[in-house]
Design a binder for this molecule. Structure first.
Ligand SMILES: *Cc1c(COP(=O)(O)O)cnc(C)c1O
Length: 400
C-alpha cells in the first residue's frame, strides 16, 4: 500500500486538481516546479536555516511525567507550540514564500479563518519583504480582532469578505478569485493540506520537518527512531500530515487523528468531516465534505476556530478509508477538559485544537512501555477567552 500522493495528485480516490480554466497555468507551473525547487540544495539550506534561527527549531520532544503516569504509557509532546508565532503553521508559510520567491512571484495572498495562518503568512512576508494580502470573512474579522491587528502591524492588508456566511470558506473563494485575476505575479499561500494538487503534497512536505525531527529525537531518547503511536488533531490536516509523514510506510506506528466533534456528531453542530462528510469537490480538491442532501456545503461548528473547515485534506480521507489511521471525534467539552488537564499536570496551556489530540488519551488504551507522541500543534494564548469563560462557568456550577 502506498500512502503518498500519486503522480496525478491523488491519494486513493481523493485529491486531484479541480480548477477553473483560468488557474490552469498557475497550478500547472506550481506542479512542474515545486519538487525541483524543494529538492535544490540551496533551497533546503535556506529553509533549514530559517527554521532553525527564526522559528526556533528543532522543537523539543518533551517526555511528560505526570501525564504519562496518569495514562500508563510514555507520553511525549512534540512542542510545536514553542515555534515563533505559536504553532506549526509558520513551517509551511516559510516554505511557500521561499518557493514563491524562487518562482519569481512578487505578491503573496492568503486566506485565513481564525487568523492564525494569516498571521504566520504576514510574519514571513514582513521578514522576506513581500507584499501580503489576506482574505478573511467579515464575521471572523470581528471575532478575531487581535489577529487582524497583528497582521496589520506586520504590514499585511486584511481584506474582509462579505459574501456567504462571511467565514473561512468565503475567504478561500475570494482568495481564489484574486489569484485568477493576478495569475502572473501572485502566489497563493494555502494554510493546510487542502486545495488542488500539488498543495496537499507540498504543505505535507513542508510540515514533514515535524516527523523528521521526531525520528532523531526518539533515536536519542528511546534508542529507536519510531514511536508506537502518534496522535494529532485534524482541521485541514497539515500538522497531522507532518507528524505522520516519515512513518507512513512503517506499520509499527499507529496513527490516531482527532477531529472536532463540536457539540457531538449526532447534533447539527459538528466539524467531524471524516465521520459525517460525503465525497465531493471543495476548493479544487475531491475529498470528504460536510454537505446537505443536495450538495450545499454545510457550515461546520467547533469550539476551536482552527478545526472548522468543511472539508479535510485528501491524505486524511484516504488514510482513514484504508484504515491506516484511526479517526476519533472529540467534542468541545472533552477538548476543554484535556486543555485544563495538561495545564494542571504539566504547566503547558495548549491551543484548543491541540487539546483535541490530548483528549484522545481518555479514549484509547496503551501498554506501560508504549511510546506515544502527541503533536502539540500550538499554544493556548489565543484561546484564553474561551478558557476563562469555561472556568467561570465551572465556578458558577460549583456554587449552585
Ligand atoms: C490551524 C491549526 C490547526 C489545524 O490545522 P491543520 O492543518 O489541521 O494542522 C491545529 N492546531 C493549531 C494550533 C492551529 O493553529
Amino acid at each position: 500500500m502506498n500512502y503518498q500522493v500519486n503522480e496525478n495528485g491523488y491519494y486513493g480516490q481523493f485529491g486531484g486538481a479541480y480548477i477553473p480554466e483560468i488557474l490552469y497555468d498557475n497550478v500547472e507551473e506550481l506542479k512542474k516546479q515545486y519538487l525541483t525547487i524543494i529538492n535544490e540544495l540551496s533551497f533546503q539550506e535556506e529553509f533549514a536555516s530559517l527554521l532553525r534561527d527564526y522559528v526556533g527549531r528543532p522543537s523539543p520532544l518533551f517526555l511528560t511525567k505526570r501525564l504519562s503516569e496518569k495514562y500508563g504509557a510514555k507520553i511525549y509532546l512534540k512542542r510545536e507550540d514553542l515555534n515563533h508565532t505559536g504553532a506549526h503553521k509558520i513551517n509551511n508559510a516559510i516554505g511557500q514564500v521561499l518557493l514563491a520567491r524562487r518562482m519569481g512571484k512578487t505578491r503573496i495572498i492568503a486566506e485565513t479563518g481564525a487568523g492564525q495562518h494569516g498571521v504566520a503568512t504576514a510574519t514571513v512576508c514582513a521578514l522576506l519583504n513581500m507584499p501580503c494580502f489576506v482574505y478573511m470573512g467579515a464575521t471572523d474579522v470581528e471575532r478575531q480582532h487581535l489577529n487582524v491587528q497583528k497582521m496589520e502591524m506586520l504590514g499585511a492588508t486584511v481584506i474582509p469578505v462579505h459574501s456567504g456566511n462571511k467565514t473561512l470558506k468565503d475567504a478561500t473563494n475570494e482568495a481564489i478569485r484574486d489569484w485568477c485575476s493576478h495569475p502572473e505575479d501572485t502566489h497563493y499561500v494555502i494554510g493546510s493540506t487542502v486545495g488542488p494538487h500539488p498543495y496537499p503534497d507540498m504543505v505535507a512536505r513542508f510540515q514533514s520537518i515535524i516527523s523528521q525531527e521526531m525520528m532523531q529525537q526518539l533515536e536519542e531518547k528511546e534508542g529507536r527512531h519510531y514511536p508506537d503511536c502518534i496522535i494529532a488533531c485534524v482541521g485541514g490536516g497539515s500538522n497531522a500530515a507532518g507528524a505522520f509523514y516519515h512513518y507512513l510506510d512503517n506499520d509499527k506506528v499507529r496513527f490516531i487523528a482527532a477531529e472536532a466533534g463540536g457539540k457531538g456528531i449526532d447534533t447539527p453542530f459538528s466539524a467531524a468531516t471524516i465521520h459525517l462528510g460525503r465525497e465531493g469537490i471543495i476548493h479544487g480538491c475531491r475529498t470528504l465534505i460536510m454537505q446537505t442532501e443536495d450538495g450545499q456545503i454545510e457550515e461546520p461548528y467547533s469550539i476551536s476556530a482552527g478545526l472548522d473547515y468543511p472539508g479535510v485534506g485528501p491524505i486524511h480521507a484516504h488514510l482513514s478509508q484504508v484504515h491506516r489511521a484511526e479517526v476519533l471525534a472529540i467534542n468541545d467539552d472533552e477538548a476543554l477538559d484535556a486543555a485544563f488537564e495538561l495545564t494542571h499536570l504539566e504547566g503547558i496551556i495548549p491551543a484548543l485544537e491541540s487539546a483535541h489530540a490530548l483528549a484522545v488519551l481518555k479514549k484509547v488504551s496503551f501498554q506501560p512501555n508504549d511510546v506515544v507522541v502527541i503533536n502539540l500543534s500550538g499554544r493556548g494564548d489565543k484561546d484564553m477567552e474561551t478558557y476563562i469563560k469555561a472556568m467561570k462557568e465551572n465556578t458558577t456550577k460549583g456554587n449552585e
